[in-house]
Design a protein around this ligand. Structure first.
Ligand SMILES: *Cc1c(COP(=O)(O)O)cnc(C)c1O
Length: 397
């Protein structure tokens, strides 16, 4: 009797937990401003919805091949060629139920007990837990704001041991909104090639970039690094399709083949209807993305400027995704109503209870000094939420 050790070692996704708590408060009629959200507030584009409706009406509602349709794989292959100058065959591509599922398949396919997986912090919440769920050991390497929250080759080299199986990269990053430039990626690639470990590259925010920042996929930096890299991407963030659950991965044939086998014995194919919609997302008009980014860009600058104007808060200007990630550690140790704010979790709880603002505390991302605010919400909400935060912060003594 009892629950498996690996299941006991993990916690529910803290970002989804925050979302659930904010939703519950809203259901009670409380006017919560929600900066916890991890999805675009835009509607799925109309042409994509229509492709889904057409799939239903034409009876495309049965099993597809477990690893996804050839039609969608080919759309993904063309996307990699066009956007990233990466050539893959169908056998090197797997369509899954969201990028999170792609990442989980990778973890199951690659990790054994005793393997070490290097994860730079701040990290996306699910990376360490997916490693733990597969009996391997996350090795967290901290990066700093001064480094632009990017891992240096020097720090990576120091963390590598004989047991290193993989490195997880996320650029542009959730939660920091920062991204890796080509030169840093070249240096990281050299370390991976020298020591022969895999690179898992989560590029889900590739299309959400500002100030002309150019995305670079580490897999595109030469044949040797391409043979070690599994690239993960999806339509959730780029096309406001979080509910449709379509993500994909591409990489070495043996790894992708193992992932396909795992998927065929677990979930089978991702939703047939969503696959049709994803083909339209990838092959149809892309103007939606630019329109969305113009809006995100305005909110980004507004939010970050206001945060930096608050006493005790410093925030880097993100270049991608839709999060601001301010350092709030100078507020720690202050008190309000006889309660002391000891860390980021306390601060987030204080803001939710006393100011009705939901956000995620930095400890969820392995970065205690920070909080994460999503600007995937209306300008009106952003204004209102920041007013509340400013007031709440000014009450801290
Ligand atoms: C949202 C997100 C994902 C998961 O996306 P889905 O396709 O909805 O599963 C993966 N990685 C990061 C960094 C994300 O923010």
């Amino acid at each position: 009797m009892g629950i498996a050790k690996r299941a006991m070692a993990i916690k529910p996704s803290p970002t989804l937990a925050t979302a659930a708590k904010a939703k519950a408060m809203k259901a009670q009629g409380i006017d919560v401003v929600d900066f916890g959200v991890g999805e675009p507030d835009f509607d799925t584009p109309e042409n994509v919805k229509q492709a889904g409706i057409k799939a239903i009406q034409s009876g495309f509602t049965k099993y597809t091949p477990a690893g996804g349709t050839d039609e969608l794989k080919d759309a993904v292959i063309d996307k990699f060629k066009k956007d990233n100058d990466l050539a893959y065959e169908r056998s090197q591509v797997l369509i899954s139920c969201g990028a999170k599922h792609s990442l989980y398949n990778i973890a199951e396919a690659l990790f054994d007990a005793g393997d070490e997986v290097i994860i730079p912090a701040p990290y996306w919440v699910s990376y360490p837990d997916q490693v733990l769920l597969n009996d391997a050991t996350p090795v967290i390497v901290e990066t700093t704001a001064e480094e632009g929250f990017t891992l240096t080759a020097k720090k990576l080299e120091k963390a590598v041991t004989k047991k290193t199986k993989a490195l997880v990269l996320n650029s542009p990053s959730n939660p920091t909104g920062l991204a890796y430039d080509r030169k840093t990626l070249e240096e990281i690639a050299a370390v991976a090639v020298r020591h022969q470990f895999y690179v898992i590259s989560d590029e889900i925010y590739e299309k959400l970039l500002y100030d002309g920042f150019k995305h670079c996929s580490i897999a595109s930096l030469g044949k040797e690094i391409k043979d070690l890299t599994i690239v993960v991407n999806g339509v959730s963030k780029s096309h406001a399709m979080t509910g449709w659950r379509i993500g994909y991965a591409a990489g070495p044939k043996d790894v992708l083949s193992a992932m396909a086998n795992i998927q065929s014995q677990s979930t089978s194919n991702p939703c047939s209807i969503s696959q049709k919609a994803a083909v339209e997302a990838l092959r149809g008009p892309q103007a939606f993305i630019a329109t969305m980014n113009v809006e995100f860009d305005k909110r980004r600058r507004f939010m970050v400027d206001r945060l930096n104007a608050m006493k005790g808060v410093t925030c880097l200007m993100p270049v991608g995704a839709f999060y601001a990630f301010p350092d709030v550690s100078r507020l720690f140790g202050k008190s309000v109503n006889g309660k002391t704010i000891r860390g980021s979790a306390d601060l987030a709880a204080y803001l939710l209870e006393d100011a009705q603002v939901a956000l995620v505390s930095g400890d969820a991302f392995g970065a205690e000094a920070y909080i994460r605010l999503s600007y995937a919400t209306s300008m009106e909400n952003i204004q209102k939420g920041l007013d509340r935060i400013e007031k709440a912060f000014s009450r801290l003594q």
